[in-house]
Design a binder for this molecule. Structure first.
Ligand code: CA
Length: 374
């Protein structure tokens, strides 16, 4: 066979073989031995003790497994956080599922523009298996958040991302070769058990480096500017899975935890690298402000809705400070020492949308008025 044929053949054999191997080979940082519930290496005195001094993963450790403590591995050119848990290994209360997770500081505001956003790369090596029951799988990451009005857990999980095992055939029978990722979502605030839906998202191979973004936050309802949406949006390996949480007005915060959580049989092994976290907290400026409470006689805006330039007229307010805020609560305009009226030249400073005019008089009394720019 001539070399110019042989070379591509060799190359394609190699690619084929590599792909074939993916999803079944042992990962370089995988625990392959038999496992225990507890051992000296995994015992930790408190949930936050025994973290590494400067962990590569963001967030505060919550270690509720006496099987392992948090460790790290250098594999595939990255440093990975190691989250290994086994069935019955929660030494702080057997009624709760084992976990080694990292808690990210909550976004505690509910104004439009508030959010908590995590990103990272995950590798799944093994997840819980209960042999034929419906309780297979382990959670990789979850969004949580308290709500008003009671019902259910005081700090419930809102949307969780569950990996269930898929077993190979032939020489791989009995081996977890890939994982079906599901979203588990509440159907009502305070709901648990049957108050949740479990939706299949996608399959990822064992040990496959998979990007994972999760953002939970508040945004304006595009169909009704007076309403909010509390969203929980994930991007898994580049595929977008957006979801809106029920009863958005009852949500009081947005929180994220990730790592490895729940193993009702067997062992779970999850790895996380390149983790980042950011959050925003925007006061609820409440653009749906009750205009009866606004002293309409004190502030007049015209035209309103405005297209280009507009005028703000103050009656019986002296030496006022005027601020104009967009729906994200960001100040887009400020003027001090306004006497009776002010004309504002738009000049593309205000894009189409809803704004809140905040006027503070020289007695520190505050007045609001809604402004719409078309
Ligand atoms: Ca531990």
């Amino acid at each position: 066979m001539k070399l110019y044929i042989l070379k591509p053949l060799l190359f394609f054999s190699f690619v084929f073989f590599s792909v074939y191997l993916r999803g079944q080979a042992t990962a370089p940082d995988e625990d392959t031995g038999s496992y225990t519930t507890c051992n000296a290496d995994g015992a930790n005195a408190t949930r936050t003790s025994d973290d590494l001094p400067n962990p590569v993963n963001v967030g505060a450790i919550d270690d509720r497994s006496c099987y392992a403590n948090y460790k790290e591995s250098d594999v595939y050119g990255k440093t990975w956080g190691i989250y290994n848990i086994t069935h019955n290994s929660n030494q702080f209360g057997s009624s709760l599922q084992p976990r080694i997770e990292r808690a990210l500081s909550a976004s505690l505001k509910t104004g439009v523009g508030s959010f908590a956003k995590f990103s990272g790369i995950v590798r799944i090596l093994e997840v819980g298996d209960t042999s034929g029951t419906n309780n297979d799988g382990s959670y990789l990451i979850q969004a949580k958040g308290k709500h008003t009005g009671g019902g259910g857990s005081p700090d419930p999980a809102i949307c969780l991302y569950l990996a269930k095992p898929v077993y190979g055939t032939g020489s791989n029978s009995g081996k977890q070769v890939s994982f079906d990722i599901y979203a588990e979502r509440i159907l009502v605030r305070g709901g648990s058990g049957s108050g949740r839906e479990v939706v299949f998202l996608k399959n990822i191979l064992k040990d496959e480096q998979t990007s994972f973004e999760l953002e939970i936050g508040f945004k304006e309802d595009p169909n009704d500017a007076s309403k909010k949406i509390h969203y929980c949006n994930a991007v898994i390996g580049g595929t977008v899975f957006n979801w809106n949480i029920p009863d958005p007005e009852r949500g009081t915060q947005s929180k994220i935890r990730y790592g490895a959580y729940r193993v009702k049989g067997g062992r779970a092994q999850i790895r996380w690298a390149n983790t980042t976290y950011q959050k925003a907290e925007v006061e609820n400026q409440s653009l749906s402000i009750d205009e009866n409470q606004v002293t309409l006689s004190s502030i007049k805006t015209y035209p309103n809705p405005a297209k280009n330039n507009f005028k703000i007229q103050l009656n019986n307010i002296e030496n006022a400070t005027i601020g104009i805020y967009d729906v994200l609560g960001k100040k887009v305009y400020q003027k001090t020492n306004v006497k009776e009226s002010i004309e504002i030249i738009n000049n593309n400073r205000f894009k189409a949308g809803i704004y809140l005019i905040k006027v503070i008089d020289n007695n520190q009394k505050v007045y609001f008025k809604k402004l719409i720019i078309n």
